[in-house]
Ligand binder design. Structure first.
Ligand code: AKG
Ligand code: FE2
Length: 285
């Protein structure tokens, strides 16, 4: 296995490894280290069945079953389909062809996701790039007064408010009462300590963190508007331009991501699994 850094602090490309086969402990350990320390890992030229994708994901932690069950793979509920494709007039995947704005995966769950893995099966000829921002270095660089403003504060993450905001243009985002019960408004610290690395990172997800606990909507939005430019400085961002066969995985403890829109005449299809933190760190602080 070979590694190549993609950016000074975020992103590593890992080649000369076949993720579909059994990985011995030493190889798996090296992959996990490289991923953790670089926050995003890219494995070009893979060919994964859903079973192989799940097997690889399970090495990192218990697989999550996404609360949006509409977009589970027909074959495995642990696999989510990210796609703009339709079958019999019905979208088979989540996120369509529009922009997906900056977010941290499932920050709106009481127990948010640790890592997410995507496998690219069909990729459009243009658009659809995925951007990742390093929120640990962003935190380190924050001016002292801004660090003080978020210290000890919690952000309230709400998928319900997110769905309502976009309800007009995305009726498919609506969730059932049962699903919303699994995803109640969830406060999480705005500065989160990485459970395995001990590093600190900003934990504000622009699409789902609705407000700062105990602060008015307008004060919360003012604080978020101040934070955001520090989270997206160009040298903290790695942009992934997809090829078929790419596996890309990221650590939601210290990154956020967004996706560019792409022209609707192209098909894009990615398979996705995500995994939980180790049981002793289920709700990292
Ligand atoms: O479509 C993409 O590239 C990103 C999708 C995404 O945000 C996710 O799978 O969590
Ligand atoms: Fe995401």
């Amino acid at each position: 296995m070979k590694t190549r850094r993609l950016n000074p602090t975020i992103g590593v490309e890992i080649t000369d490894v076949d993720l579909s086969g059994p990985l011995d402990d030493a190889t798996f350990g090296a992959i996990k280290e490289a991923w953790l320390h670089n926050k995003v890992a890219v494995f070009p030229g893979q060919n994964l069945t859903e079973e192989a994708l799940m097997r690889f994901g399970k090495r990192f932690g218990e697989l999550e079953i996404h609360v949006r069950s509409t977009y589970h793979s027909r074959h495995n509920s642990e696999v989510m389909i990210v796609s703009n494709k339709k079958e019999e007039g019905r979208s088979i995947g989540v996120l369509g062809d529009g922009e997906a704005v900056w977010h941290i995966d499932q920050s709106y769950m009481p127990q948010p996701t640790f890592g997410t893995i995507l496998f690219g099966e069909e990729i459009p000829a243009e658009g659809g790039d995925t951007w990742f921002a390093d929120l640990a270095t962003a935190y380190e660089r924050l001016p002292q007064d801004l660090k003080a403003k978020i210290a000890g504060k919690r952000g309230v993450n709400s998928v319900d408010r997110h769905n309502r905001r976009d309800a007009a243009k995305r009726p498919d985002l609506q969730m059932t009462t049962e699903q919303l019960k699994r995803a109640p408004d969830s406060p999480h610290p705005l500065v989160r300590t990485h459970p395995l690395l001990g590093t600190q990172a900003i934990y504000y997800s622009p699409s789902h963190t609705a407000e700062v606990e105990g602060q008015s909507e307008s004060d919360s939005q003012a604080l978020f508007a101040e934070l955001l430019p520090h989270m997206t400085e160009s040298d903290l961002v790695y942009k992934h331009h997809w090829s078929v066969g790419d596996v890309v995985m990221w650590d939601n403890s210290s990154t956020m991501h967004r996706r560019d829109p792409f022209p609707g005449q192209y098909s894009r299809l990615l398979k996705r699994v995500s995994f939980k933190y180790p049981p002793e760190h289920r709700i990292p602080v």
